[in-house]
Structure formats: C-alpha cells, structure tokens
Ligand binder design. Structure first.
Ligand code: ATP
Ligand code: MN
Length: 480
C-alpha cells in the first residue's frame, strides 16, 4: 500500500531503510535525476532519486512534469540540504503521461502564472502550489469551525437551500422553478402563475439560514448553520460571489455584548487553528505575498506580513464603537476634510467600503466592531434600541477585507416586531411561524453570519474572492 507524502515527511528519519510505495505527480526536476513528487497531502514534495542507468530509455522519457507516477524505493537520508529524507527509486510505474504539447496549453508548464489565467483553468489550478495551499487551508478552516462549535456546545443545523420565505433579501434572490420559461402558466390578470409551479408557490435559493436558525435556537439553545448561500446581486467586486458559504451561529439568551464576545473568540480561534495546523502552506503564501509586495510602490505595501497580520488579530482586542461614533471619526478624518472619499458621510448613510477600510486600516489599525446602526439601513429583525433610532446590530470589519461578519441581537418582543414588519412592508402572514416564536417562551437571542470565503481571504492573503473558492460563481460566469 502506498504511503502519503505527508506521512513520510512528517515521520522524518524514522523510515530510513524501509521500502515504500508513493504515488503522485511530478512537480519539478532538480539536476535531472532528482524528481520532486507531490501527492497533494501536504505542501512539501518528496525528493526521489532515479539512477538513469537502472531504467530503460522509453520509460525515462515518460518522466515529465505533471505526469502521474507510482514509485517504489528505499527511504534514505538525504545528502542534499532542504530535506531530511529522499527516496532511492527501485521501480517506476507511469500511471498517466503528460504530453509536452498538452502541458504547454495549460497552467502546468513550470512558470509563474497570473491568478486571472489560473481562474480560466479551474480544473488544473489545484495542481499549483498556490491553490494547493489555499484549498488545504480552506479545509482546515471548515474543520476548525465545526470543532469550535462542537466543543462549545452548539448543534449543527441544516437549514433549507430552497426557501419559500423571501422576507430577507427581496430583489437579490435566485428563483427556483420548473415552469417552462417560454410558455409559463398565467393567472387571470396575466402574471406568471407560480401556484402551478413545483412547490405550488414561488421559491428561491436561500440568502441566509438565520430565520430558520432562530427557531431552532429557541429550543436547542445554541445552534449554527454552515452551508451554501446565494445572492443574485450584480456587484462584480473582488469580495462578492453569487454562491458563497456562510456560517451562522444563533444563541438563545445572548445579548449584543455576548454576541460580540462570541464573534471575537470564534474568529481568533480560527486564526490560531490555521497558525498551528497549516504552517507550511501559510509560510508559502506569506513568502509569495512578500515577493509580490516587493514589486509595489512603498505606499501600497502592507505594513505587516500575512503571518504577522494573523498573529495581530490573535493578540489584540477588537476595537468596539458605535456607528454614531464612527460617523464622528470619519467626519474628523483627513480624507473627509480633503474631500478624498468618493461617497459623502452623514448620519444615516450605509457605510461604503472606503469608509470601513479607513476605520480599520488607517484610524484604528485593528479589527473593528461597529454597533448600533440606524434602523432604516438594517434588517427588520434586529432589536430596536431605546433611542428609537438605532438597532442592536454589529458588523465586524477586517483589514484588507472590510465587512467579514454581520450580526445582531434579534427583536424578541412581539409588538415591536409587528411594528417593524409593517414599517418594512413585510406581510405578517408570510412570517407567521417566525412571529409565533415571539408569542410562546420568547427570549432575547443573538447571532451573526460569517462569510467563509472572506475569512479564507484574510488567512491566505488572497485579494480576490474568486481565488479562495474552488469553483467561483459570479455574474456571467458559471464555468466548470
Ligand atoms: P456586503 O455589505 O459586503 O455586501 P452584507 O451586508 O450583504 O455584506 P450580510 O448579509 O450581513 O452581508 O452577510 C453576512 C456575511 O456574509 C458578510 O459579512 C460577508 O462576510 C458574507 N457575504 C455577504 N455577501 C456576500 C457575497 N456576495 N459573497 C461572499 N460573501 C458574502
Ligand atoms: Mn451584500
């Protein structure tokens, strides 16, 4: 049975003298007879030494970059620097050849490629060092998230992907239908008759599992969702996907303060986990970024390296302030006074990315939690504050990313919630099940949503969200 290269490299010199089988792809050659074999199990490659006198010419000719091979050999101490062990190859089996002219057409030709070009080769970008590192880290983050919640007494809740409730993000949803687009059934007044559709009503892909998670939290206490989320917003930015993954914890009896504490502890845990468990991948991405930064003018460079930025988040408290305070800070800022902001600043505006980034990157130079936003710019379910103007909302802003988490304490008072529904034009009949929970044993509760991809951007230093999800879906793009 083959041993993984991760195991072999981790075990170091313990296997010296042993006969092992490894299988993987040829990543590179060093001075001809040294092959670097990578099987994806870890960042590192195994050095395999092939004595050209021992093998027939026809076989050696097939040992090219990107070819898939199975090798048998003895583990020996490495003479060269850079690795503790290497494999003295005694048998070679070429499993999948990589013809040079085919390799030429892809990202597998051994040179540096732009991330844009790699995006067009989503089927092969996995085989690059960069994307190997990103997707191994993505796995570790997902694992860390489940681990965190499980050990803290949360239950993993699967909320529906197809949803009939459209109270949340009207106008930004993808409709799911089996009706014939060319010839749909019509109602008497000429509208499409979704009563004749598969579910007997109009349904969409979910934009959030929160409303459903609240129902469960009001019985199970602490729950979290972790699933795909869809937004048909036509914003072609480096931070938005049409299909992304969201984590939404919801906790009964938590207020906004407890919600902020949970968020901060949770985000720090993910950062610590990646630092402890993804060392090689992180170091590679750190160095890759450093190389890239060196090409940029001084004022565009990061003050801290990738690893330093993650360590900074772990070691420092997040800055907490209210939206109202943030508006004051922005109005007193140099870019505001010099009219450098593209969008104006006044109480009541929805903060633009340029404002968020100023607060995080220039003013406070650390993650920021903004709270107590004007009720008009936040969702109907957020709890009204006593001032009658603001709600118990919180957004977490990260350097280089902007908003990474959005959350709130929820409105648990039936009458206030009913007033909010009316004010937002949401018919109560549509949310009868949600409102019902405020009639029987209602309690204060709170939760938030973390965009998985934005978190991965932060811990990998990748600057385009398309490069941290295996198969990105964005406006006009659903290839692969
Ligand atoms: P933004 O203002 O950046 O569009 P939002 O206010 O729409 O975010 P929420 O509805 O609060 O975001 O969603 C919770 C979290 O989900 C966000 O903080 C972000 O991390 C993530 N998120 C939201 N929209 C997207 C998207 N289109 N692609 C990727 N992640 C997203
Ligand atoms: Mn949005």
């Amino acid at each position: 049975m083959a041993i993984s290269i991760k195991e072999l490299l981790n075990e170091g010199t313990a296997n010296i003298g042993a006969l092992v089988t490894v299988q993987g792809w040829i990543r590179a050659f060093r001075s001809n007879r040294f092959l670097q074999i990578n099987d994806g199990s870890c960042f590192g490659s195994l050095q395999a030494v092939v004595d050209f006198n021992d093998f027939p010419e026809e076989q050696l000719r097939l040992l090219t970059t990107a070819a898939a091979i199975r090798l048998e050999g003895k583990v020996v101490e490495s003479m060269g620097s850079g690795q503790a062990i290497e494999l003295m190859v005694s048998s070679i089996e070429v499993i999948g050849i990589a013809a040079a002219d085919e390799v030429q057409k892809t990202v597998m030709q051994p040179k540096r490629h732009s991330l844009e070009f790699l995006r067009e080769q989503a089927h092969f970008r996995f085989r690059t060092n960069t994307f190997g590192a990103v997707f191994r880290i993505r796995h570790s983050v997902a694992y860390a998230i489940h681990h965190y919640f499980h050990t803290n007494g949360f239950f993993y809740l699967n909320t529906p992907i197809i949803t009939g409730s459209d109270a949340e993000g009207a106008g930004e949803m993808f409709r799911v239908t089996t009706l014939d687009a060319k010839n749909p059934p019509l109602t008497d007044d000429g509208k499409v008759n979704f009563g004749a559709d598969f579910f007997g009503k109009s349904v969409n892909l979910t934009v959030s599992g929160q409303l459903e998670a609240e129902l469960a939290a009001l019985a199970l206490g602490k729950v979290y969702t972790f699933g795909p989320t869809f937004r048909a917003e036509n914003s072609n930015t480096s931070r938005h996907l049409a299909e992304f993954w969201m984590i939404e914890p919801e906790v009964a009896f938590n207020d906004l303060q407890a919600n902020m504490d949970l968020t901060e502890d949770f985000l720090k845990f993910i950062c610590r986990f990646v630092m402890e468990h993804c060392k090689d991948d992180l170091q590679f991405l750190n160095d890759r970024e450093a190389q890239e930064q060196a090409q940029k003018p001084q004022h565009e460079r990061h003050e801290l390296s990738l690893i330093e930025r993650i360590a900074f988040v772990i070691d420092n408290p997040f800055k907490r302030l209210t939206y109202t305070e943030a508006i004051e800070v922005l109005k007193n800022s140099a870019p505001y006074k010099k009219k450098k902001f593209q969008y104006d600043v006044s109480w009541g505006i929805d903060l633009q990315s340029e404002h968020e980034r100023y607060l995080v990157e220039k003013e406070f130079k650390c993650p920021v939690i903004l709270t107590d936003y004007p009720s008009e710019i936040k969702a109907f379910y957020m709890r009204s504050n006593d001032d009658g103007k603001t709600v118990a909302a919180m957004d977490v802003l990260f350097p280089g990313i902007g908003e990474i988490v959005g959350g709130s304490q929820r409105e648990e008072r039936l009458e206030v919630l009913q007033q909010k529904c009316a004010a937002f034009g949401i018919p109560e009949e549509e949310l009868w099940w949600y409102l019902d929970t405020r009639k029987i044993g209602s309690v204060p509760h709170a939760g938030f949503g973390l965009g998985l991809e934005r978190m991965i951007m932060f811990v990998t230093g990748m600057t385009n969200i398309r490069d941290v999800i295996p198969f990105p879906r964005t406006p006009l793009n659903a290839s692969f």
